[in-house]
Design a protein around this ligand. Sequence first.
Ligand code: SF4
Length: 94
Amino acid sequence: MQCQTVLPDTECTFWKKAGCIAEGGSCQVVVEECQGCERIAKGSIGDVCTSFPSPKAKWAAGLCNFATHKKVDLKSEDVRVNPLKAAKRAAAGR
Ligand code: SF4
């Protein structure tokens, strides 16, 4: 449904018939780590995240998995792929 408070007329999965079901009944403003992320939008309370109502909680356990500006730095030599398993996975369409 569409948000009626922080981001009016924006589709949001957290807005239900009874209103916003996010913790505290509203989105929270973004945190410092979010700066540069493409999911930031201007809301009535300031900059908010369009993907998650509580940016602070998203960063509490480390890198936000929705962030567009920061990614886990995986070095290719650290990722060992078993070619046989990869081929089976590809054949199974996974
Ligand atoms: S997706 Fe993550 S990093 Fe981006 S604005 Fe939302 S909470 Fe912040």
